[in-house]
Each structure stands twice: as C-alpha cells, then as structure tokens.
Design a protein around this ligand. Structure first.
Ligand SMILES: [Zn+2]
Ligand SMILES: [Zn+2]
Length: 241
C-alpha cells in the first residue's frame, strides 16, 4: 500500500473497537459507545477520532456517528484477523481457556508481523473461526457471511446451533464452559435466558451474549422475519443418536 506509517497500537485498538461495535449490531457507532467500550473519557475519543479522520480511516460529522472508510475497514479487519488467530493459537496450542485469551491476544496483536500471522494461519490449518466462534477474516480482508441471531431474540424451547459468544463477559464464558457448551453444539433456549445442551446441562442468563444458527420447531412463537430458520440446522430431537 502507501508508505504511511503503520497504525499505532492505540489507533489499531480504536479501529478494532469500532469494527467490533458494528459487527453484531446494526445501530451506528457513536463516540460515547467507543468511550464506554474502551473505558476512556469522551475527550480522549474526540482527539483520537480526529486523528483517525486525518489518517483517512474514519468519517465523522459533528454530533453524528462515526464510520470506517474502506481503508479503515481494511486496517480494522487486519487487526481482527491477528487477534482471532492469536486467540485460536493460545487455546489450541498453549492450553489457555477461552476466558483467558482475550487480554493476552490484545497485547500480542500489536506486536506480531504480517509474516508471523501468515505462518500462524498455516500452522493452525487456516481456521475460519476463533475459540469464541468469531469469524476470522481472510488474508484478503474478506469476512464470511453469517445467519446467526442473538439467542435472547428467540423463544423458549427454540433450537439452534451455538455459533458465537461475545468474548467480553467472563461470567458468561465461564457458565458456558461449565455446561460444556461450545461453538457447534446443538442447544435449546431456556426460560432463564439461557441454553440447555443435548446432555441436559444448562447455562442460565447468557443469551444476550450468545448467537445461534436458528432451527425450526413446532409451536414457535416468533414471527418468521427477521428469524430466518435454517433448515440445514438439525433440531436436536430429530432422531436421537
Ligand atoms: Zn475471540
Ligand atoms: Zn421458536
């Protein structure tokens, strides 16, 4: 690309955060969202947003939400790719648990080179998802489509395949781990805002942070839209084993 200096760690964190805030929500990202997510003062966000606009990575009109430019999106996806590959490495090869990896990956993602990341990707066999079920962007900056919906939008008894959990809440990650619920597991939504696995183990109060590929079930109380039932998803009572 151009001979612009590489983004600083702080710039990378902002771009990654802005991408992350919009990845699973359709609402526009505001400066106060960024401040809350990063735990910094609004005035710091204002200064950094101005810098990122000058770098050509953000657009921002006064009193309006911010958005990534095409180039900003590309830089953000690069950081996200490093972060998620590092998380995968820490869990698979170094035996970290999924609630431990986030901070470690946050530090490492700014230090590793492009070459390191591509070697890591090859070593891991080009994974498509990280341990939380988050999509790993390709080296060309592509991101796979997903049809997952937030579990809290589904009715009690609704079946689905666990696709993704936000890596932000340690409590949620721990409850899911204790119930043995991982990406790829067949689950149902419970009355307690949680999930129950096929073996009957359950995690309560997690569904704001969990996304499922939704399956069909009899007596579903949800309108069809926006829940696209995925018929490829087997309901877990379709014939036992
Ligand atoms: Zn993750
Ligand atoms: Zn339903």
């Amino acid at each position: 690309m151009s001979d612009d200096p590489r983004p600083t760690s702080a710039e990378e964190d902002y771009l990654k955060t802005i991408f992350g805030l919009s990845e699973w929500a359709s609402a526009p990202v505001t400066s106060s969202d960024i401040a809350a997510e990063l735990g910094v003062a609004n005035s710091s966000v204002t200064i950094m947003v101005r810098k990122l606009v000058a770098r050509g990575w953000l657009t921002h009109e006064k009193y309006s939400p911010v958005s990534l430019t095409q180039e900003g999106f590309r830089v953000a996806l690069g950081v996200v790719r490093r972060h998620r590959l590092l998380e995968t490495f820490l869990v698979r090869e170094l035996g970290y648990t999924w609630e431990e990896v986030h901070d470690e990956a946050d530090a490492l993602e700014h230090a590793v080179s492009e070459r390191f990341v591509e070697r890591l990707d090859a070593l891991l066999g080009h994974p498509r998802e990280d341990p939380h079920g988050d999509r790993i962007p390709g080296p060309d900056g592509t991101l796979a489509e997903t049809r997952a919906v937030r579990a809290s939008l589904l009715d009690e008894g609704h079946p689905g395949v666990f696709e993704r959990v936000s890596d932000q809440s340690e409590t949620v990650l721990r409850s899911l781990a204790e119930a043995g619920i991982r990406p790829g597991a067949s689950v149902r939504v419970t009355a307690e805002g949680g999930l129950v696995a096929e073996d009957g183990r359950a995690a309560a109060g997690v569904n704001e942070d969990v996304w499922l590929r939704s399956g069909p079930h009899e007596g579903c109380r949800l309108p069809q839209a926006p829940f696209e039932h995925d018929d490829a998803v087997e309901p877990d009572d379709a014939g036992g084993r």
